[in-house]
Each structure stands twice: as structure tokens, then as C-alpha cells.
Design a protein around this ligand. Structure first.
Ligand code: ATP
Ligand code: MG
Length: 386
């Protein structure tokens, strides 16, 4: 049931929040929202969607299904998304009836690498050298100007390193263009990376921004593997990263939770990409911050004051992919549960596929070295088949 916002436009517990997308990010949002007394309606075409199972209502339909969208519009007090691929037209249509946060404009920019890279460039944010590619000829000449090695990335629908092709030399152009099926792409110079970091932040309706501590991220085959917080970077760089992320959120006139991924290449800070939603590298906040990123998403979209983002403990987050479900058997959770400062999060996915994000765990300790040592030991134990 829709409840009118209070006199200050705050959407309060008892109201219904709409979530477009039912994956793990939608699930953790649903948990936070329901804990706070909100109802949640999830739209996701997958019957077994992780968020759908915990929602007040799961609308099992496509993102362009008109009757499902009508139901969301008529029953929800605010709507948000958990992934960037919801069509902008859907967000625009919903926005006629209820607040949609973040709005179609910010999602349109961040769901398409070409728009995103041009937005960053036009607003003076540094990125790796890139070129927009619409044809094989474009690609051939861009390899000459950008240089190899480079990475060809599809403009839309890429995630976890999917939709990318590594260009090692000019002769890889045909193969790359064919592999990515002639879709619009960007070609990016492959940068030497000192370290990768990210910042999750929230921007409220009034433009207030709260940033979380910078996370240091380690990827394995294009997929986030480990986040270490606080990141092992100096204070000056940390301030620069945080301030650049804040400026990006302001330039997008963003409302909600978002993340900015950065490269640090030969000491220089470069923006990699923007996610218009909570982020995998922010899962540490669930156990290590005063307010986690999902409660913060609820607060931001409901027009509430943003929560305190303070870090309460050094923390290491380890992603668990389907790869460690050997022969379909779940890993030995006891290895994690034996430790009082290790926190297990599973997403309720029944089918474990290679590369599929099944869950994560957070290791809290009084310093990063201890947290990393224990996290790595547990990671090894979990991945062993027996
Ligand atoms: P996700 O959405 O999961 O973050 P994605 O598919 O959007 O992933 P990117 O963030 O573009 O992919 O790339 C994944 C990883 O590949 C990066 O975090 C980085 O480790 C590496 N990578 C991507 N682009 C470059 C680059 N230009 N130079 C060096 N490494 C890169
Ligand atoms: Mg990325």
C-alpha cells in the first residue's frame, strides 16, 4: 500500500519500496529495508531470484512487462535498481508516478561505457586513453592511436570482465571485433596498475554526500576477489580518491548509493567505471561500518538523513564464486563459522556455476595483516576439494 510521504517528503517505515532486479544486491537491500520496517516489491524474471524470496512481493516478469510495471508504479512509494541494465525508458515511465532514485539520467550515463567515458572526459575526470568503436575500421585505426596492449570492451551489458577482449597487437583487431559480435565498444589502453581502489558513497535528496572508507580491490580474471579496508594507500591519495568520487556524484546529480572504481597507474589516479548502485567492493560495510551500504540505499531513496559511514574495524572481504562448489557440493562452512570474527553471507543461489557470485565473507581483525592472513587461509581451505 502506498503511504504519503511525511511533511518533509520522507518515506517512512510501513511504505513499500520497489526494487528492479532480484540478484544479491537486491536481496541485501531487501533484508535492510525489511529490517527497518519497509515492505519490498521485487521485479525480476527469475522465479528463483535471491531477492524475490525475501521480498514482500516478487513480481516474476520482465523489466519491460507493462502490467508488472503498473503494479510497481501503483504500489510503491519509491523505486530503485540493483543493476544498471534496466531500460532508461522503464525508469522514465515509472518516474511519472513515483520517485525513481537514482533517476533515468544517471542510469543512462552509467549503463553505457560510451556515455560514461564521454561524461567523465567532458567533466574533466581522468580515465585511461580510450576510443569509441563502431566498426572494424574504427578499431584498426584506434589500435594505432591508443597503442597495444589494449582492452576492447562492449559498451552495454558487460560485467565481471565479460564482454571484454584483450588486444595484444594490431593483428588481434579482426578476432576482437568478431568475438564481441560487432557491438558498439570502447577500446581502452591497458594500464600498468599499481593498485585498484573504489569508493562507495551515498548522495541524498538534498545533495549531501557521505563516502565510505576507500577499499583496495584485488581482481582474479576480471572478477573482484578480495577487498581490503582501509586501502593501503597514503592519506593524500585517499583524500583525492574520495573527493573525485564526490565530484562525480555531484556532476551526475545523483540520488542513492553508487560506487566509483579507480585505477592507480604509475602514481596517477584514473577513473575506471561508475556503478549506479551498491557495489561488491562495499560488502565489507555489512559488518565493519556503523551503517551498511544497503541501509544507506534505503535511507537515500527514502529522503532520510544518511547514516554514519564510519569504519569500526579493519576488514577483508573475500568473494565466493561457484568454482568452490566442487561437484555441486557446498564448501565446508564450519571452517568459517568456527571463527568469532568471520561473517558469512550467502545469497541463496541454488545452482553454483563457474564465476557465479554465490556469497562472500568478511574477516574482522585489529589490523589488516591479521585479517588478510586469516582470510587467505580460510579461502584456501574452502577452495580445496576433498
Ligand atoms: P565489474 O562490473 O565487475 O566491475 P567489468 O566487466 O565492468 O567489471 P572492468 O571494471 O572494466 O570490468 O574491468 C575488470 C577488471 O579488469 C578491472 O578491475 C581491472 O583489473 C582490469 N582492467 C580493466 N580495464 C583495464 C585497463 N584499461 N587497464 C588495466 N586493467 C584493466
Ligand atoms: Mg569494474
Amino acid at each position: 500500500m502506498k503511504i504519503s510521504p511525511d511533511s518533509h517528503n520522507k518515506i517512512l517505515p510501513g511504505s513499500t519500496l520497489g526494487m528492479l532486479g532480484g540478484g544479491q544486491l537486491g536481496r541485501m537491500f531487501t533484508i535492510a529495508a525489511r529490517t527497518m520496517g519497509y515492505e519490498v516489491a521485487v521485479l525480476d524474471p527469475d522465479k528463483a531470484s535471491p531477492a524475490g524470496k525475501l521480498a514482500t512481493k516478487h513480481l516474476c516478469a520482465d523489466y519491460s512487462d507493462q502490467s508488472a510495471l503498473d503494479e510497481i508504479a501503483n504500489s510503491c512509494d519509491a523505486v530503485t535498481t540493483e543493476f544498471e541494465n534496466v531500460p532508461a525508458s522503464t525508469l522514465d515511465a515509472l518516474a511519472r508516478t513515483c520517485p525513481v532514485r537514482p533517476g533515468a539520467q544517471a542510469v543512462t550515463i552509467t549503463q553505457d561505457r560510451i556515455h560514461e567515458k564521454n561524461f567523465l572526459k567532458d567533466n574533466g575526470f581522468p580515465t585511461a586513453p580510450f576510443a569509441v568503436i563502431h566498426s572494424l575500421d574504427n578499431l584498426k585505426s584506434a589500435i594505432k592511436t591508443i597503442g597495444a596492449p589494449a582492452i576492447l570492451k562492449v559498451s552495454r551489458f558487460g560485467y565481471d570482465g565479460k564482454g571484454q577482449f584483450s588486444i595484444k597487437a594490431e593483428r588481434d583487431a579482426d578476432k576482437g571485433w568478431e568475438t564481441l559480435k560487432g557491438e558498439a565498444c570502447v577500446l581502452e589502453q591497458r594500464m600498468p596498475l599499481d593498485i585498484e581502489v573504489s569508493v562507495v558513497l551515498a548522495r541524498g535528496l538534498d545533495g549531501e554526500v557521505m563516502t565510505y572508507p576507500v577499499a583496495e580491490n584485488i581482481h582474479e580474471e576480471g572478477i573482484l576477489d578480495v577487498s581490503v579496508v582501509p586501502a593501503r594507500i597514503n592519506k593524500a591519495l585517499e583524500t583525492k580518491v574520495t573527493s573525485m568520487a564526490t565530484k562525480i556524484a555531484n556532476a551526475l546529480d545523483y540520488v542513492g548509493v553508487m560506487a566509483v572504481e579507480f585505477f592507480i597507474s604509475n602514481g596517477e589516479l584514473l577513473v575506471n567505471e561508475i556503478a549506479p548502485r551498491p557495489h561488491n567492493s562495499g560488502h565489507y560495510t555489512l559488518d565493519a561500518c556503523v551503517t551498511d551500504q544497503f541501509e544507506q540505499q534505503v535511507r537515500a531513496i527514502c529522503g532520510l538523513p544518511l547514516g554514519d559511514t564510519r569504519l569500526l574495524s579493519p576488514v577483508v572481504m573475500i568473494n565466493m564464486l561457484g568454482d568452490i562448489w566442487h561437484g555441486g557440493h557446498a564448501p565446508k562452512w564450519q571452517k568459517l563459522l568456527d571463527h568469532p570474527n568471520v561473517k558469512l553471507h550467502l545469497y541463496g543461489k541454488h545452482v553454483a556455476r563457474l564465476g557465479r557470485k554465490m556469497g562472500h565473507f568478511n574477516v574482522l581483525a585489529s589490523n589488516i595483516d591479521d585479517a588478510l592472513n586469516l582470510a587467505n587461509k580460510l579461502k584456501d581451505q574452502l577452495s580445496q576439494a576433498d
